[in-house]
Design a protein around this ligand. Sequence first.
Ligand code: ACO
Length: 211
Amino acid sequence: MKGFDKIRLYGAGGHSQIIQAVSNQNGVTVTAVFDDNTSGSHPAFKNIISGARKNPDKFPHTGDPFIIAVGDNSHRVEISKFLKSEFATVIHKSAIIDPNVSIGKGTVIYAGAAVQPNTIIGEHVIINTLASVDHDNIIEDFVHVSPNATLCGLVHVGEGTHIGAGAVIIPKIKIGKWCTIGAGAVIIRDVPDYSVVVGNPGKVIKTKSLL
Ligand SMILES: CC(=O)SCCNC(=O)CCNC(=O)[C@H](O)C(C)(C)COP(=O)(O)OP(=O)(O)OC[C@H]1O[C@@H](n2cnc3c(N)ncnc32)[C@H](O)[C@@H]1OP(=O)(O)O
């Protein structure tokens, strides 16, 4: 995996603040922070380049690689379509990543997370603080695995799905694309695309309209 010593962030909210902190701890310099507007920005950021997508022709696509530093999965998709830039990966130095793990560009992995052998993680994925992703998982692009979530072995998570904080997914489960798994849910059966699932055992409470 290619290492970077400088990155740029697209997004200046709470999630971006964590990426800046992880970068600092890893000795990586954040050289610029962009956002569409500053209304939802975190006080940690002093110099935000706003209105970034209003002038696409003038946007500095070339330069230090980007992380799309936005927690909302569909928002990351939109921004990835705009940016014609190289993407970095940011992995906290305390994360335990088996060497036999594949990690896509733009993905971030936070403090204390563990990822076990033969797992494949896609692009622009968030593996949040203390998440446990065990062996032979497939995590597709734009997924967010929230803090303390546990994915047992051979789990497959479809594109854009959000696994809530502390959720547990038992082995061999397939979760569809653009699902939301509620905080603390225990998933013991496969989950169809676009489902919102809560509880133990997890039950579908609604199906989202197609994106
Ligand atoms: C660092 C970070 O912050 S990372 C971000 C981590 N974020 C999370 O983990 C949030 C995950 N989101 C949730 O758990 C949400 O509650 C959701 C998405 C599952 C549901 O949200 P909404 O669609 O707004 O549903 P709503 O709040 O209306 O609840 C619908 C019903 O499900 C129940 N419910 C909602 N969430 C849960 C949950 N996690 N577990 C059990 N029941 C739940 C509600 O009590 C309600 O039940 P009722 O109809 O009997 O009153």
